[in-house]
Design a protein around this ligand. Structure first.
Ligand code: GDP
Length: 310
């Protein structure tokens, strides 16, 4: 499978509507079969998250639009997870910044936007919840621009494209005057403004471990982006550990993302975000590479306590 790809992160202050907006994208991309009930808050499936009311684990979702696979990676907004935010932002080429039209930018907006700007990303701004009676979408755009300037955004970043949206009602639009129809304006903007991932499929394999997960069937699962090369289910691969030690093993499972599910893939090439099983002791920041010519990517530091994965 080699569909064109876009990899983007979604960043926002808690409750500004990330989950609802991704639900709307999922619904429109037809991931859910007709008549199938879309579960409430699909991205917030983790109990701990629900309990705390904040999104704390990165989740991968993929939607399709016009034969392009759009990987959407959720980003924790809380400063305690700064290391995770940086890793997630290192995996993508663009981001959606969601801002509540009534509240405007809030502390977590500032925190995650700063990280995104530092990574050189050019955010797409979504002024959300415009259906609410006290919403002031234009004032919110002005405040977002002030924040970009304050955070030292460069000229290109300050010329951010923006849309007005109601994730809850399932529409996005370019001006407040027009009628909101569906999410297509946002899909179009993503395809237009988020660059396709760079990476050379002819080079030796390099995949950086960004997130860890676990399944009782296949054990530890690593999620990351293929920076270079091609990875195949069943192939031998090498893991370069933090100290430089090399562990060889077989890729027992290779999965891509489709909606909220993981789907088996025979192979995937540079640019794809995949989930891989076979390396029981892989850790965040390490590189899965080819066994003949193991080359690690620069290690990413983990500066927060290891999270309990479910
Ligand atoms: P998250 O924390 O950023 O994932 O935010 P959620 O998507 O969970 O939304 C937080 C709350 O805002 C929920 O009660 C949603 O129903 C509500 N909400 C989200 N999007 C909209 C919207 O476009 N309009 C209105 N009126 N409410 C929204």
């Amino acid at each position: 499978m080699s569909l064109p790809i876009r990899n983007l992160a979604i960043i926002a202050h808690v409750d500004h509507g990330k989950t609802t907006l991704v639900d709307a994208l999922l619904k429109q991309s037809g991931i859910f079969r007709e008549g199938e009930e879309v579960p409430d808050c699909v991205m917030d499936s983790n109990d701990l998250e629900r309990e705390r009311g904040i999104t704390i684990l990165s989740k991968n979702t993929a939607v399709r639009f016009k034969e392009t696979l759009i990987n959407i990676v959720d980003t924790p907004g809380h400063a305690d997870f700064g290391g995770e935010v940086e890793r997630v932002l290192g995996m993508v080429d663009g981001c959606l910044l969601i801002v509540d039209a009534n509240e405007g930018p809030m502390p977590q907006t500032r925190f995650v936007l700063k990280k995104a700007l530092e990574k050189g990303l050019r955010p797409i701004v979504v002024i959300n919840k415009i259906d609410r009676p006290r919403a002031d979408p234009h004032a919110a755009v002005d405040k977002v621009l002030d924040l970009f300037i304050e955070l030292g955004a460069d000229d290109d970043q300050c010329e951010f494209p923006y849309l007005f949206a109601s994730g809850l009602s399932g529409y996005a639009k370019t001006t407040m005057e027009e009628e909101g129809v569906d999410m297509q304006p946002l899909f179009d903007l993503i395809l237009d403004r988020v660059p396709p991932p760079v990476g050379d499929p002819t080079k030796p394999l390099q995949l950086q471990v960004t997130t860890l997960d676990y399944s009782e069937y296949v054990g530890r699962i690593v999620i990351g982006r293929i920076h270079n090369g091609v990875i195949k289910a069943g192939q031998q691969a090498a893991l370069v550990k933090e100290g430089g030690e090399i562990v060889k093993s077989k890729i027992t499972k290779l999965m891509g993302f489709e909606g909220l599910n993981r789907v088996d893939m025979p192979e995937a090439s540079a640019g794809y975000i995949v989930a891989v099983a076979g390396f029981a002791d892989a850790n965040i920041g390490e590189t899965i590479t080819c066994p003949n010519d193991p080359q690690a990517l620069p290690l990413i530091k983990v500066d927060e306590p290891t999270l309990q994965m479910t």
